[in-house]
Design a protein around this ligand. Structure first.
Ligand SMILES: [Zn+2]
Length: 416
């Protein structure tokens, strides 16, 4: 079976230009003694918006690895795929994020529900998870509710997994199951029974992305109850440990945190808990490399700054359209968005400091940042103009990309 390693990091790269700059951060982590596996992820939605192909992501990863001499393992993740769109990824990916969020709440057939109930009847009463002090009360009603909520979704995950395995061969790819793009969080008990069903259905899940408590908005900090998050996150870690033994799941199974970049207020909690329990983690950044490109352009002289400003101006005009596909994962305060005419007067550093995520920086503006985050469609419309500005200013742009990953993320999470 393919092995992802203890620590892995999903690095989205909208325009597939920053592979080497991203990889540099992993070299720096390795030099500091921490091995982190890079995973280039891109969803079908992103490919469609930018008009790229899964082959482009594979090419970017292979070239970056070859040209830098990276000797560690690396993966290309078909992010948030389903049965309808997975086929175009099959040849180019060795990591598949099977997204079954849309199937939560659909009812499975009665026979499957009955089988689920009898398989799990032994956990009724007090469910004791080793390491968690208080047992969880599991009534027959609760089991039924969980079956009706999640069983169908796990069956769908199994269907998609089998489809991929039939084409790529068993053991030739990493399987992730994600349920994060929903409003309602899954609690540790639900996670336990989701894993029970995935185990029964033969899905060798190696990373699982539940919806955690609180809001994981794209590219900005966590919003929610940090203490409650920590409590549930620790319980999730222990649930996974127990589930591996109970359901015969891969020993490498670990949590995957989606929209995981920039969650600076929970990083110390995650860092402490994975160290305490000696656990691995997969963190998916939310395509924030593209924001570093915009910061780099803003710092690259008048012409590039003016392009960055035009992209913002268009994103501002078309904000409704751009935000629509991301409604559950962004939270933009309209009143905090600067008008394009105001932004027009900004200096390089004003633009960069408003966009760059430095907590507590007086100019940092999370609404501005989130709107630009979803505005990559506009940059895609600038097509070659955008890409050629990136190439002309590759040094300063790449520096932003590397510093963001290494300094603001690896540092906080892995103590490098
Ligand atoms: Zn996700």
């Amino acid at each position: 079976m393919q092995n992802l390693g203890k620590y892995s990091f999903g690095i989205g790269d909208r325009f597939a230009q920053q592979g080497k700059a991203q990889l540099k951060a992993f070299f720096m982590a390795a030099e500091a003694g921490i091995e982190v596996t890079p995973v280039w992820n891109k969803s079908n939605r992103e490919h469609q918006i930018i008009h790229t192909d899964p082959a482009d992501t594979r090419y970017e990863a292979d070239v970056a690895v070859k040209e830098t001499g990276w000797k560690g393992s690396y993966f290309v993740d078909a992010d948030h795929i389903n049965l309808g769109n997975v086929d175009r990824f099959i040849d180019h990916s060795d990591f598949f994020t099977i997204d079954v969020a849309d199937y939560i709440g659909k009812e499975a057939d009665k026979e499957s529900v009955d089988r689920f109930l009898s398989d799990n009847s032994k956990y009724q009463g007090d469910l004791k998870i080793p390491g968690i002090e208080k047992p969880f009360p599991v009534s027959p009603e609760l089991l039924k509710i969980i079956a009706n909520k999640f069983l169908y979704a796990t069956q769908e995950a199994s269907k998609i997994y089998m489809h991929i395995a039939s084409k790529k061969g068993i053991g030739n790819f990493i399987t992730e199951v994600s349920m994060d793009e929903v409003d309602e969080a899954q609690n540790p008990v639900e996670l336990f029974f989701i894993l029970s069903s995935l185990g029964k259905l033969g899905v060798p899940v190696q990373t699982i992305a539940p919806k955690f408590t609180g809001r994981f908005n794209k590219g900005v900090d966590y919003e929610g109850d940090v203490e409650q998050f920590g409590k549930e996150f620790e319980q999730d870690l222990l649930v996974i440990d127990f589930a591996i033994k109970e359901f015969g799941l891969p020993a490498s199974l670990k949590l995957s945190v989606h929209s995981g970049s920039d969650k600076f207020s929970i990083y110390p909690v995650i860092a402490e808990l994975i160290r305490k329990h000696d656990k691995g983690i997969h963190i998916k950044t939310a395509g924030t490399t593209w924001l570093e490109e915009m910061i780099g352009l803003a710092l690259s002289g008048p012409e590039a700054l003016s392009l960055a400003k035009s992209i913002y101006a268009k994103a501002y005009e078309r904000r409704e359209e751009l935000c629509a596909p991301y409604s559950t994962v962004i939270d933009i305060k309209e009143s905090e968005l600067p008008s394009p005419s105001k932004v027009e007067t900004w200096s390089s550093s004003q633009f960069a400091d408003s966009l760059r995520h430095i907590p507590g920086h007086p100019l940092y503006n999370p609404s501005f940042r989130q709107l630009i985050h979803v505005g990559y469609k506009i940059a895609a419309e600038y097509s070659n103009v955008y890409i050629s500005h990136l190439n002309q200013n590759a040094g300063i742009v790449g520096k932003q990309v590397t510093e963001n990953l290494f300094g603001r993320h690896f540092g906080r999470l892995f103590g490098v």
